[in-house]
Design a binder for this molecule. Structure first.
Ligand code: ADP
Ligand code: MG
Length: 700
C-alpha cells in the first residue's frame, strides 16, 4: 500500500484496529505522522558493556556479555520459575523468567556467547536479572548498530495492553521501513546552512535511533529549533498583520496635561524603568497602529503612575480613558489613588462598580456619552451595555489574569475603532514564557522597585514555634504596625479550609483579646458589604490584625501593615505566596513575611519555601515555579493549553527559543509573505502545520 504521513495508523503493519484505538486514546496517535512525532523521553545507552563484577546494587539497565552454563526450573509457592546461571570472566549471576518458560527453555543455547540487557536485582547475596532482553553475540554484532535505545512515553493502559516500549520501538522501525525514511524537508536551505542543521529525514532517524550521542544532540537541536521556529513564525506574523491592519487613533500630541502633570504633579521622581516604559507606550500611541501592550511589573513596582500618565496622553489628544480592575476593593483603591494624583488638574474622573447606586449611575452614563467625563474607573460594571463612551481612546486592564479573553474583546468592541489597550499584570511571567505566550503582544517590564524600599524579610517557621511568632506579632503591634494572617482556601476541601480559618481566628482572638486588640476577618463566604466593612476597618487602622483567606491576594494596599503570616504555607503555590507577600513592604518600615508550616513537607514544598526565603524577585520566583510545575500550570496559562510542546522545553531551551525568534523575525522582515523561491519550503510546511492543527492554537 502506498503510505504517506497522513495515513491512519491502523494501516501500519503490526497495529490493527485494537492497537490503533489504544494508541489514539492513550497517546493521541492517529496517523503515521503522529507516531513519527512521538519522540523518546530518554535513551538507554547500549554503547557500554558491564562485567558481572562491576554491577552495582543500584544499577540501572545494563548490558553484559556472557554465557549461560546451566538452566533449571525451580518450584515456588505459586507456579515455577526458570533460572539460568549466567557467567562472564569476572563472576556469575542469575537470569530469571516467570513467563514464557517453555519457549525460552527450548530456544536458549547453553555455552554460547550472549549479550543480555536489563535491570539487575540484588537478592540474597546474588545479582539476578528478570526477563532480560537477549541476543546471541554473533547476531548482536551483525545487527543494526543502534547504540542507544529509545524509551518512549508510556501509560499504564498501554503496558497493560501489551504495547510495551519494545512494541512501540518496533512500530516506529516499521514506519521507517514503510516510508523508506523519506521525509521531506521542512526548513529552508539558508536556515539549514546557517545553523548547520541536520536535514529533516536524518534528524528524525536519529531522534528515534541515534547512531551516536553527537548525532542525537544534533537531531534534538534541529527538531527543537523547528518546533519553536514555527511557533514564533505564527506569533510574529499575526503581530505584523495586526500592526498593519488594525489602525489605531494616533495620539501625536504630548500635550498640556501630560507636561503639566510631569512638571508639577509628580509626587516622586520616576524610576528609570517607569520612564522607559512610558517611552515605549508613547511610541506605540504615536504609531498610527493600535497599541496592544502588556505591562509587567512586580507588586509595588509602580504601575499605577504609568497608567495615569498614559491616560493623560489620551485625554491630551481629546479621547477618554477607562481603567478596569478585577475587584471592587481594587477599583476603589485605584479610584482614590488616581483622584489624589490628579488633584488640581481639572480632569474629571468617576467610579463605576456593582455597588454604585442606579441614581448615581445615570449621570455617569450621560457624562460619559457627552464626553464630559474623561476617566472612568471600575470593575466588570464597565462592560455593561449601558456604558457608552463618546470616544474611548484607551482601555487599561489591571491584573489581566482575572479577565477572560471574551471580556477583553467586549471592551474592544465598545468603540467604532478599537481603543489602545494596556494590560497590567503583577503576575511575573518569565520572559521566556511571555515571549512565547504573548509573542503577539508587545511587552514592557518594570524591573526596578522605587528607591528606599526595604526588602521584606522572609522566614520559615514550624507550627511548634507559634508562641514565639505570636510574641513577635505583639511587639510589632506595639510599634503601631498591622498584621495579616492568611489561611489557605482551596476549592476541593472548602469546608475543611473554612474550619481551619475559623479555628485559626478563634485561637488568634484568644491570644489577642479585646479591648487591646481588634481583629478583622475576611473570607469568601461573607457578603460583599460585610467584607468591605471589615476591610475598611483594617485599611483605616481600626483593627490591628486581619485574618483572611486569599481574597486579599490582589492589590490591597495598606502601607502600615508590616507582617504577613501565611498559615499552612506548604499548601500555597509559589506565585500565590509571592503575591501575598507583596501585601506588605509598602511603607517605610521593615516588613516581614512568616511562612508557617507543619513538619511534614514534600521535597517540592521545601523548594518553594526555600525559594521564598531566599529571594524577593518575582521573576526569579516565576522561573522556579515554572521549573517545578511546568508551564501548563503557570498562573494565567492554564486555560490556554498552548504549551503543548513535543520536544522543546520552554525553560531549558531558552537559547534555542531566542535563536528561533531571531530567525523568524529576520525571515518575515525580508519576505513577509514567504514568496521567495528559497522560502517556499517554509511556506508549505507552515501551511501543513496549520492545516493539521499541529501548531499552537494560542490565545489571541
Ligand atoms: P503596583 O505596580 O503594584 O500597582 P503601585 O503603582 O500601587 O504599584 O505603586 C506602589 C507604591 O509605590 C505606591 O504607593 C506608589 O505611590 C509608590 N511609587 C510608585 N512609583 C514610585 C517612584 N518612582 N518613587 C517612589 N514611590 C513610587
Ligand atoms: Mg497595582
Amino acid at each position: 500500500m502506498n503510505v504517506n504521513l497522513q495515513t491512519p495508523i491502523v494501516y501500519l503493519k503490526g497495529v490493527g484496529p485494537n492497537r490503533a484505538e489504544t494508541l489514539q486514546s492513550e497517546l493521541g496517535i492517529h496517523t503515521f505522522q503522529d507516531l513519527l512525532n512521538l519522540f523518546p523521553n530518554r535513551y538507554i545507552d547500549k554503547t557500554q558493556y558491564y562485567k558481572v563484577a562491576q554491577l552495582q546494587r543500584s544499577s540501572a539497565d545494563v548490558q553484559i556479555k556472557g554465557k549461560i552454563v546451566h538452566i533449571k526450573t525451580v518450584e515456588q509457592k505459586k507456579g515455577k520459575r526458570l533460572v539460568a546461571k549466567f557467567v562472564d570472566d569476572t563472576g556469575e549471576m542469575e537470569l530469571i523468567w516467570f513467563r514464557g518458560q517453555k519457549w525460552i527453555r527450548d530456544n536458549l543455547k547453553l555455552n554460547e556467547p550472549y549479550v543480555i540487557f536489563g535491570k539487575c536485582n540484588w537478592y540474597s547475596g546474588k545479582f539476578s536479572m528478570p526477563h532480560p532482553e537477549m541476543e546471541l553475540l554473533k547476531d548482536h554484532e551483525k545487527g543494526l548498530k543502534i547504540s542507544m535505545q529509545p524509551v518512549y512515553p508510556s501509560t499504564e493502559k498501554l503496558s497493560n495492553k501489551g504495547i510495551t516500549n519494545r512494541v512501540i520501538n518496533k512500530l516506529v522501525q516499521q514506519l521507517f521501513i514503510d516510508t523508506k525514511g523519506r521525509f521531506s524537508e521542512t526548513l529552508s536551505q539558508p536556515l539549514l546552512d546557517d545553523l548547520k542543521l541536520l536535514p529533516k529525514a536524518e534528524a528524525l532517524f536519529n531522534i528515534h535511533f541515534p547512531k551516536s550521542q553527537e548525532l542525537l544532540a544534533k537531531a534534538q537541536f534541529r527538531l527543537k529549533f523547528e518546533e519553536l521556529f514555527y511557533i514564533q513564525l505564527q506569533l510574529i506574523s499575526k503581530k505584523m498583520v495586526r500592526k498593519k491592519k488594525i489602525k489605531g487613533f494616533n495620539f501625536d500630541q504630548v500635550g498640556v496635561l501630560f507636561n503639566e502633570f510631569y512638571q508639577n504633579h509628580l509626587p516622586f521622581e520616576l524610576t528609570n524603568a517607569q520612564k522607559r516604559v512610558i517611552k515605549e507606550i508613547r511610541a506605540d500611541l504615536g504609531s498610527n497602529a493600535q497599541m496592544n501592550r502588556l505591562l509587567q511589573g512586580d507588586v509595588g513596582s509602580g504601575k499605577t503612575i504609568v497608567a495615569v500618565m498614559t491616560m493623560l496622553l489620551a485625554i491630551d489628544n481629546g479621547f477618554q480613558a477607562c481603567l478596569m480592575a478585577p475587584t471592587e476593593i481594587l477599583a476603589n483603591q485605584h479610584y482614590t489613588g488616581i483622584i489624589e494624583l490628579l488633584e488640581g488638574t481639572g480632569i474629571t474622573c468617576a467610579l463605576l462598580t456593582g455597588s454604585v447606586k442606579k441614581s448615581a449611575r445615570r449621570p455617569i452614563h450621560e457624562q460619559l456619552e457627552s464626553g464630559e467625563l474623561q476617566i472612568l474607573i471600575g470593575t466588570h460594571a464597565l462592560l455593561e451595555d449601558k456604558v457608552q463612551y463618546k470616544n474611548l481612546g484607551l482601555a487599561i486592564v489591571d491584573e489581566q489574569h482575572r479577565f477572560g479573553v471574551a471580556q477583553r474583546s467586549k471592551l474592544w468592541h465598545k468603540n467604532e475603532f478599537p481603543p489602545h489597550i494596556l494590560v497590567m499584570t503583577a503576575t511575573p511571567i518569565p520572559r521566556t514564557l511571555a515571549m512565547s505566550l504573548y509573542g503577539d503582544l508587545d511587552i514592557s517590564v518594570i524591573d526596578e522597585l522605587p528607591p528606599g524600599r526595604k526588602p521584606i524579610k522572609t522566614v520559615h517557621r514550624y507550627d511548634a514555634n507559634r508562641l514565639k511568632v505570636f510574641q513577635f506579632i505583639r511587639d510589632e503591634i506595639k510599634k503601631g504596625r498591622q498584621i495579616y494572617m492568611v489561611y489557605p482556601l482551596i476549592q476541593e476541601s472548602e469546608a475543611l479550609d473554612y474550619k481551619d480559618l475559623m479555628d485559626g481566628y478563634e485561637s488568634v482572638a484568644r491570644d489577642f483579646p479585646l479591648p487591646d486588640y481588634q481583629i478583622s476577618i475576611v473570607h469568601g463566604k461573607m457578603k460583599p458589604a460585610d467584607k468591605d466593612y471589615e476591610m475598611d476597618r483594617f485599611v483605616k487602622g481600626e483593627t490591628q490584625i486581619m485574618v483572611a483567606t486569599t481574597v486579599i491576594e490582589v492589590g490591597v494596599n495598606v502601607p502600615n501593615a508590616s507582617v504577613m503570616i501565611i498559615e499552612s504555607a506548604e499548601r500555597f503555590g509559589l506565585s500565590q505566596l509571592h503575591q501575598l507577600r507583596g501585601r506588605v513592604g509598602r511603607g517605610a518600615d521593615q516588613s516581614y513575611c512568616i511562612l508557617m508550616t507543619s513538619h511534614k513537607l514534600s521535597a517540592e514544598a521545601k523548594t518553594r519555601l526555600e525559594t521564598m526565603v531566599s529571594t524577593n524577585d518575582g521573576f526569579e520566583i516565576a522561573e522556579v515555579d515554572l521549573k517545578l510545575r511546568g508551564p501548563g500550570d503557570l498562573m494565567g496559562t492554564q486555560q490556554s493549553g498552548v504549551l503543548n510542546l513535543k520536544i522543546a522545553d520552554i525553560v531549558k531551551d531558552n537559547d534555542i527559543l531566542k535563536t528561533a525568534r531571531f530567525y523568524a523575525i529576520q525571515l518575515l522582515k525580508a519576505d513577509p509573505t514567504l514568496e521567495k523561491p528559497e522560502h517556499l519550503v517554509i511556506r508549505h510546511a507552515y501551511a501543513q502545520l496549520v492545516k493539521h492543527k499541529n501548531i499552537w492554537t494560542y490565545i489571541s
